[in-house]
Design a protein around this ligand. Structure first.
Ligand SMILES: *Cc1c(COP(=O)(O)O)cnc(C)c1O
Length: 401
């Protein structure tokens, strides 16, 4: 085994993240590392916060990227907003809701769980019933786009219900940001976290977060100290807050932040609404192709995420063999099932830069080739024409997709 430089293979990333990173973002990341208190870097940080406010559709002052992946954004929300003894209503309809519950426990809180089937969205009626049954609840937490299943929940309605019962909301928007509508201020979301490697198509390792004034006030008025030193917003804000003035907290991941800045700039250039429409349109084409091939979706059409397509693995087909061949022969990565859906589904991502016509067609061709090699019962030759028919109709039909 040589110990020379690592040269990564060139893949097409159509799993649940990371998604393909563009040359433009990779080039930004390769620029010279400078000091994290350098005025040039501080000016870039201020721009970056503005770009994040655009992506989140918020004016929240407390908006910045946590220097760690999406899971750390999740933890930032919970450790700052939950105090020992607090009741938190947690919605679980997949893997990530389960992690929220774990966070509540570790903060010393009491989790009241509202469960829905994997593949279904969070049911607002059950949430309302839980809010009524637990007037002591302080926070409602749910996942907007459940990446483990591909289901979209109604963040606007859930947030309204929480506010009617005097709860703050914590929303997981790791997979939704940049892929489907997310309107932090219009919907009144109090605390939201995301990731860089899903629909933003920057490298993994950062977690954009945003907190409303109400949430910030809750953090300032805590009686117990935040048990995590690194994620304590009161301390982090000395570095990220206050335009221009910066105190050392930790060394920012300089080059990763260049990459996020560039990825957000690309999103702004395209326009959020256009990015949402692009995801919907390419999903419609991919769906047409997959269904023509004979595969079926796990999630109801009304609650399907365009950026995460879960399909049922046909009877008798070897999950790992298919994904292995796709990777080895086609340099194509798709996702395996997680948790309760492990071995039962594939998760095909259409996220950010990876959400393009070439990828849709390449995925359909490659999957068809591998499935027919393995003798799976699919309709050969049907997928590409079905997808192309959707592309030929243009984006006008995207809204119904
Ligand atoms: C990917 C993901 C996370 C975790 O993000 P990491 O960057 O892997 O830590 C959390 N929630 C959802 C919904 C995700 O898709």
């Amino acid at each position: 085994m040589s110990s020379g430089s690592f040269v990564a293979p060139r893949r097409t990333l159509m799993g649940p993240g990371p998604s393909d990173v563009s040359e433009r973002v990779l080039a930004a990341m390769a620029r010279p590392t400078i000091g994290h208190l350098d005025p040039a870097f501080v000016a870039m940080m201020d721009e970056l916060k503005d770009l994040l406010r655009y992506a989140f559709q918020t004016g929240n002052a407390l908006t910045f990227p946590v220097s760690a992946p999406g899971s750390a954004g999740m933890e930032t929300c919970f450790v700052n907003l939950v105090e020992p003894g607090d009741t938190v209503i947690v919605c679980i309809n997949g893997v990530f809701g389960g992690r929220m519950k774990e966070n509540v426990h570790r903060c010393g809180g009491k989790a009241v769980v509202v469960e829905d089937e994997w593949g279904a969205p969070v049911d607002p009626d059950k949430v309302e019933a839980a809010l009524k049954a637990h007037p002591e609840a302080k926070v409602l937490a749910f996942v907007h786009a459940e990446t483990s299943t591909g289901a979209r929940s109604d963040a606007e309605t859930l947030t309204r219900l929480a506010h009617e019962h005097d709860c703050l909301v914590i929303v997981d928007a790791v997979t939704s940001l940049g892929g489907i509508p997310l309107k932090v201020d219009e919907w009144g979301i109090d605390a939201v976290y995301s990731g860089t490697q899903k629909c933003l198509s920057a490298p993994p390792g950062l977690s954009p977060v945003s907190f409303s004034e109400r949430a910030a006030e809750r953090v300032r008025s805590r009686t117990a100290a935040v048990q995590s030193w690194f994620l304590d917003l009161n301390l982090v804000m000395g570095y990220w807050g206050g335009e221009g003035k910066r105190a050392y907290h930790h060394t920012a991941p300089i080059n990763s932040l260049y990459a996020l800045h560039e990825a957000l700039l690309i999103l702004k250039e395209e326009g959020l609404e256009n990015a949402w429409a692009r995801h919907a349109h390419h999903h419609a084409a991919l769906r047409a192709g997959l269904e023509a091939m004979g595969l079926s979706f796990v999630v109801d059409e009304a609650h399907r995420l365009p950026q995460l397509n879960s399909v049922t693995i046909p009877e008798g087909v070897d999950d790992a063999a298919v994904r292995g061949r796709l990777l080895e022969e086609f340099d194509l990565e798709i996702g395996a099932g997680l948790g309760a859906l492990a071995g039962k589904v594939w998760r095909i991502g259409l996220m950010g830069h990876a959400c393009n016509r070439r990828n849709v067609e390449y995925c359909l061709e490659s999957l068809e080739a591998v499935l027919s090699q393995l003798g799976a019962p699919i309709d050969k030759g049907a997928a590409l024409p079905a997808a192309r028919a959707v592309f030929e109709q243009g984006t006008g039909s995207a809204a119904t997709g």
